[in-house]
Design a protein around this ligand. Structure first.
Ligand SMILES: [Zn+2]
Length: 133
């Protein structure tokens, strides 16, 4: 199997899931590293694995993008089960008729690119749960 690296450092590959920094005082979640919590000012953080399942809170279908980005694609905000909110793409869906309120989705990963040494960059997005099961 090719060597793989995640496209963002909050994506863990084995097994695939997202991991956030969690404020030790108020449990607020952040994907990026913080010196202090924006909500309570706390400075202690732990790591927390987030659920792979969630529901679409909002979406927009993007029809114009940079020349290297295939369009249209669907950008979503996902409320993850058990806490955490993430912005990502809804994979393989660009028909707004298919997207219902609180659409159940699950994390999926894909090869986003390969460098000259064969190392694969792994990206993530969400799929409608009915397409997975
Ligand atoms: Zn806090």
């Amino acid at each position: 199997m090719a060597q793989q690296i995640p496209i963002v450092d909050y994506l863990v590959l084995d097994p695939p899931h997202l991991e956030a920094h969690e404020c030790s005082s108020c449990s607020s979640l952040y994907f990026d590293r913080r010196n202090a919590c924006a909500k309570c000012g706390g400075t202690e953080f732990g790591r927390r694995a987030l659920a792979n399942d969630g529901e679409v809170r909002a979406f927009t279908i993007v029809h114009r993008a940079a020349p290297s980005v295939p369009a249209p694609y669907t950008s979503v905000v996902v409320d993850l089960d058990g806490g955490g909110v993430v912005k990502a793409n809804l994979l393989d869906v660009t028909d707004p008729e298919e997207i219902v309120p609180r659409l159940p989705v699950s994390l999926d990963t894909f090869v986003a690119g390969v460098d000259d040494d064969g190392v694969e960059a792994i990206g993530f997005g969400y799929r409608m749960r009915k397409d997975i099961s």
